[in-house]
Design a protein around this ligand. Structure first.
Ligand code: MSP
Length: 480
């Protein structure tokens, strides 16, 4: 991303309120959290805004609520109850969001309607018949390219796909296809990484149809009413995308829109990087700056799914590995470009190998040696170069995976340094102080740069290292 950015607004997708948080959602939210924490260090707290939250309207939410005995009169209670679980999951894992989105907020609904009115005023909306497949799970009108060889949605159960024939309002997406191609290929809309950008460009080349942006109220009542037609509800995806602007408005932060970065999984690349910018162009809003589209995290070689019974929740990770352990095992398996795969065995190995026996052990070695030496150490404080220069390039390229690998490489080099210099054999105090100071300085830099990833660990390490009389004995990651 451009180096001259002074403000940073980072978003995650808003997750369907009827679902429960699993490690896939946790992955996107944690990576956004790392970036938010990094940019707060670099640009100052007031120049960063980070949102995550819930997508509360539409068929799946409505049907799930009704199945649980709610009615259209009290469905808001259902959504509010669902929110408790998500907020708890993200609070428990130290996600530093500034605002938790809930699309039933009256200001969001009002803003969404105003936004739609702008599309209408720009002559981009017309009424027509939709006839085809709809996947309730994806909340998506399925095109041929969305279907697998059997003509089904590759992501959801066959019974989630229904044939529909209904009158809807359409948005002239096709009108914007060439403009989007140009904006994406010239990086005005920056899509990272390259393979996700190419995917969009290839699909744009294949031709773009107009899209439906409403559903009949008789079928989907739980949503925002289409302005000007009380028989229609705004299609949940159109409304959900608008949250990225309404969240700023609700918080008096509109000024941050210019530095907006969306993080998302590959499944919703088209919505974010074709439909969303087209809507923005039509409504006359400036575009976001970039979007970071990661791959999928699978479990034991399969898609995470309730029916396969392979769901791992962030809560389960915290119970086993602690907060920072949970963050680490997921971030260290980050599917930057391609999908990645985890199993409980692999997560255990990561935790024990990299944290307990890795960085945790190195920290224990250095601090014990410092204590045993009986020496006092003047350790310098972190300076801004760490954020603005030393580690800036991979962060700007959203390579949080690379930063994390480099931090751990530094820690293992430090471990080798300790073994090679064997401070316990050095009898000369001046020489010993020199070797240990160098090792403590390296460890301090590791502690500082770990903050966006493992905030609690970073704090614990710095508490020990920033005292002149360093004491050993702090265990960062107990072995499991
Ligand atoms: N409600 C829409 C998003 C609207 S945004 C304006 C939606 N919700 S979702 O609950 O299905 O969440 C999808 C997102 O969750 C993915 O894009 C990704 O960020 C995250 N993940 C869900 N499962 C995942 C994996 N298995 N792996 C990685 N991330 C995945 O779509």
């Amino acid at each position: 991303m451009n180096l001259d950015n002074k403000q940073f607004y980072i978003t995650t997708p808003i997750y369907y309120a009827n679902g429960s948080p699993h490690i896939g959602h946790f992955l996107t939210t944690t990576v956004a959290d790392v970036l938010a924490r990094y940019y707060r260090k670099r640009l100052g707290e007031e120049n960063v805004f980070f949102t995550t939250g819930l997508d509360c309207h539409g068929t799946t939410v409505e049907q799930s609520a009704i199945k649980q005995g709610y009615t259209l009169e009290n469905i808001q209670d259902y959504v509010d109850n669902r929110q408790v679980e998500w907020v708890e999951a993200f609070d428990k894992t130290n996600i530093s969001y500034n605002y938790f989105v809930n699309t039933t907020h009256p200001k969001h609904k009002e803003f969404a309607q105003d936004f739609i009115k702008k599309l209408v005023a720009n002559d981009d909306v017309y009424k027509a018949l939709y006839k085809g497949k709809y996947c309730n799970g994806c909340e998506k009108f399925l095109t041929l390219s969305d279907l697998n060889e059997e003509g089904l949605c590759p992501l959801h159960r066959p019974d989630q796909v229904v044939e529909i024939e209904e009158e809807n309002y359409y948005f002239k997406l096709s009108k914007y296809a060439n403009r989007l191609k140009e904006l994406i290929s010239t990086d005005v809309i920056e899509i990272v990484p390259e393979n996700k950008r190419n995917e969009i460009l290839a699909r744009l080349d294949g031709g773009v149809d107009d899209i439906s942006i409403t559903r009949p109220k008789s079928k989907v009542a739980w949503g925002v009413e289409f302005p000007g037609d009380s028989e229609q509800t705004v299609y949940v995806w159109t409304e959900a995308l608008i949250n990225y602007l309404s969240s700023l408005l609700i918080n008096d932060k509109e000024g941050l829109w210019g530095g907006a970065v969306h993080t998302l999984g590959k499944d919703i690349n088209w919505f974010h990087n074709v439909i969303w910018p087209a809507l923005l162009l039509s409504a006359g809003y400036p575009l976001y700056k970039a979007s970071f589209v990661h791959g999928f995290l699978n479990v034991s070689g399969q898609k995470i799914s309730k029916s396969l019974g392979n769901i791992i929740t962030p809560g389960e990770l915290v119970t086993k590995y602690g907060i920072d352990g949970a963050r680490y095992v997921i971030l260290s398996n980050f599917p930057y470009k391609d999908d990645s795969d985890v199993t409980w065995e692999l997560l255990d190995q990561k935790y024990n190998g990299d944290l307990a026996n890795g960085i945790g052990n190195t920290f224990a070695r250095v601090t014990k040696l410092a204590e045993n030496s009986g020496l006092e150490f003047e350790i310098s404080k972190a300076n801004k170069d760490i954020w603005e220069k030393d580690w800036a390039v991979p962060f700007q390229a959203f390579r949080v995976d690379v930063v994390l690998q480099n931090i751990f490489l530094k820690a293992s080099e430090l471990d080798k340094h300790i073994t090679e210099h064997a401070p316990w054999t050095i009898t000369d105090k001046t020489a010993l102080k020199e070797v240990l100071t160098c090792e403590i300085e390296t460890l301090r830099e590791i502690a500082v740069i770990l903050e966006p990833f493992l905030p609690n660990t970073s704090e614990k390490m710095l508490q020990v290292l920033e005292s002149t009389n360093i004491k050993g004995g702090t265990i960062l990651f107990p072995r499991i």
